[in-house]
Design a protein. Structure first.
Length: 670
């Protein structure tokens, strides 16, 4: 940019300089100032030529000499002075002015006549000639101009002489008159020259001023050029520095490029290695996937085998099993008793329980007969057994419910023997004391979660009811509507599944939801208990969890129901003392419990007709008792001696059940 600007300026300057030169030359050609450079000899030379070209009559030197001599006039002195003044003014470069060095009339006229190059040359020539002629005789004194001399001067000035005819010498008057006319003409011509001279002087001054301006401009332009040149030099220096830097950068770039190329090569090699590694890993992954699929298949087979074996074990144990549990003495019952008196356990065998009773001997007053009643069950839990211990024994049965088997667990025993404690837990339930129902729910949900990895998904539906005096009440409804009828019916003709009309079936997805339902049922039972005085001990409560499992990967479905039943107290009422409602309650309980016994016996003896419909309880549990289900009965005992006979009755009932072999359970699988 800067360079281009400088070039432009230089070009402009050159053009300006040329223009100035040209104008100067022109003005020099035109200006009278040019005369400054013309010396008198040159003027004289050029005047010779001019004289040759001039049409004016040339004065004869001879005549002039003659006239000078005759008339004693000394015009040469005047002319010489005028010419010298004019020449002096010209050589000094000052324009000739009429005032400079001109004192005589002729000098003024001559000086004024010197206007314009041509006229001036002629005047100078003439004056020089005159001066040259006169110079030869400088000592001649001239007092007055003669007519001849005047004519010579006029001739020198290029003015025509008046009258073409030469007047005779004696006609002085005529000659004087001619001279006057000539003088007038001369004056006119002199005026013209003067005005022309003034014009020239004005032009000259203007040209001078213009030239001064041009000079100034030229100086300014030169200064600008100098400045630009110094700038250019600075820029060139900067440019050189930059070029050096650029060269450095290029070297660095080249070096860097080399390093980067090396790095790139390294990375490419690494990438190639990694790609190879990834390919290897992908093939390994593919192999492992195949192995996983194979293992899944094996796992599935193993799971199926486990279920089969598990249920075979359950079958071997018997599809109906009995567990006996003796509750500990309550704080209020410990007065006077340090330990349980009439219940004994075998140290070596966890399946045995012995009831003892000493009675006065019929043979003598001193002897007391000791009566022992031995019973053997799947497991006998002593009072110290915890809820956890007990649940461990039934957890495999709960597992069967997820495998698609109907499972029914119920607690049988007299009021206060610990049925509700075992099934639900105490009122102030903790994590340690929670009963079989909440534990079964926990296990079901955690196992269902584990089975998800094997493709199983489950849907759970919970219901909670009680049967009192052969009437069903929904424990999940706090304020039941009046005259609502709960009837047990087949869900549809195809399936054997039963359901209770108007009963609330709640779909549950988390165990906590079920715990809340259990708490609600417990609260609803307590309200009834207050209203009807120990109502709960004379009603059966039934918690049911319907399980629907599906394995979409293998197109498998299974349905089952887990029923957990807290039966009414099995104590027998003295019929002779029972009247009204109490009698009806007792009869209802007796009916349903004896019905339960009959159903189990009938199943055991494989009778063609099983009397399920004889009680609401057996009808409701129809699918959970018998061939297609696994049943477990808790027989709960009170440790108190006063409850001996009820305990004995319970153990006898349990023993009957325990001796039953109820068909082979079948999985409900499609
Ligand atoms: P049921 O339901 O058979 O009438 P409960 O379950 O109400 O009997 O038990 C009666 C009392 O005995 C309750 O106070 C209960 O807390 C207590 N109880 C029952 N079994 C146990 C046990 N295994 N450990 C501690 N207390 C128990
Ligand atoms: Mg109870």
């Amino acid at each position: 940019m800067a360079k281009a600007q400088i070039c432009d300026l230089q070009q402009h300057l050159e053009v300006t300089q040329n223009l100035a030169k040209k104008r100067k030359n022109d003005s020099m050609e035109r200006s009278p100032l040019t005369d400054r450079k013309i010396n008198v000899e040159t003027v004289a030379d050029s005047n010779k030529n001019q004289a040759q070209r001039s049409r004016l009559p040339q004065p004869s030197l001879k005549r002039m000499r003659l006239n000078t001599t005759v008339d004693n006039i000394d015009p040469a002195v005047v002319v010489k002075k005028s010419v010298c003044s004019a020449a002096s003014a010209s050589s000094k470069g000052v324009s000739s002015r009429p005032s400079i060095g001109v004192r005589s009339q002729y000098g003024v006229g001559l000086a004024r006549a010197i206007h314009g190059t041509e006229a001036r040359s002629r005047a100078v020539n003439c004056a020089a000639t005159v001066a040259g002629v006169i110079g030869k005789k400088p000592r001649v004194a001239v007092t007055a101009p003669s007519i001849v001399q005047t004519a010579a001067v006029l001739s020198c000035l290029g003015l025509p002489a008046v009258g073409s005819k030469k007047r005779p010498a004696w006609d002085l008057k005529g000659q004087l008159s001619d001279m006057k006319v000539q003088l007038g003409n001369m004056k006119t011509r002199v005026c013209e020259y003067t005005s022309k001279l003034e014009m020239s002087e004005l032009q000259s001054r203007q040209l001078h001023e213009s030239m001064d301006q041009r000079d100034k401009q030229l100086d300014a332009a030169r200064a600008h050029i100098n400045e630009l040149q110094s700038n250019l030099k600075a820029v060139e220096l900067l440019l050189k520095d930059r070029e050096v830097e650029l060269a450095k950068c290029q070297d660095e770039n080249t070096a860097m490029q080399g390093v980067l190329e090396n790095k790139l090569k390294m990375k490419e090699m690494e990438l190639t290695q990694k790609v190879t590694c990834i390919e290897e890993q992908q093939s390994t992954i593919a192999e492992q996937r195949d192995m996983i699929v194979e293992r899944d298949e094996r796992l599935h087979c193993a799971e199926q085998e486990r279920r089969r074996l598990h249920n075979t074990v359950q079958e071997l144990k018997g599809n109906i099993r009995v567990i006996c549990r003796v509750r500990p003495l309550l704080d209020s019952e410990r007065e006077g008793l340090s330990e349980i008196q009439n219940v004994q356990f075998s140290a070596s065998d966890e399946k045995v329980i012995i009831l003892t009773k000493s009675e006065e001997s019929h043979t003598g007053h001193d002897r007391k007969d000791e009566f022992k009643y031995d019973f053997s069950f799947d497991h006998v839990f002593q009072p110290i057994a915890t809820q956890k211990d007990v649940f461990e024994d039934i957890s495999q049965l709960v597992q069967s419910a997820l495998d698609g088997y109907n499972v029914c667990i119920f607690a049988y025993g007299q009021t206060g023997s610990g049925k509700t404690f075992t099934m639900e837990g105490p009122d102030d339930m903790t994590c340690d004391t929670k009963g079989m129902i909440p534990r079964a729910v926990d296990q079901i949900f955690s196992t269902a979660q584990e089975l998800k990895t094997m493709g199983w998904t489950y849907k759970f539906t919970a219901s909670f009811l009680e049967i009192y005096n052969e009437t069903i009440r929904d424990l999940l409804v706090t304020k039941p509507e009046k005259n609502v009828e709960y009837e047990i019916k087949l869900l549809n003709n195809k399936s054997k599944q039963l359901h209770v009309t108007n009963l609330k079936y709640v779909t549950v997805t988390m165990k906590d939801q079920v715990h809340n339902l259990i708490a609600m049922a417990k609260a609803n039972r307590s309200v009834a208990k207050t209203a009807a005085n120990d109502h709960s001990s004379r009603s059966h409560s039934v918690f049911q969890l319907q399980i629907e499992g599906s394995n979409s990967d293998r197109d498998l479905q299974c349905t089952s129901t887990l029923s957990l039943v807290d039966l009414a107290g099995s104590e027998r009422l003295d019929k002779s003392q029972s009247k009204g409602d109490r009698l009806r309650e007792a009869q209802a309980i007796n009916t349903s419990l004896s019905c339960l016994g009959h159903v189990i016996m009938s199943l055991s003896s494989k009778e063609s007709h099983i009397p399920y419909r004889n009680s609401k309880l057996t009808y409701l549990l129809q699918n959970n008792l018998g061939g297609n289900s696994k049943t477990l009965m808790f027989v709960n005992l009170s440790p108190l001696e006063e409850n001996f006979s009820e305990s004995l009755n319970s153990l006898r009932f349990a023993n009957k059940v325990n001796n039953c072999v109820i068909g082979t359970a079948q999985v409900n699988r499609k």
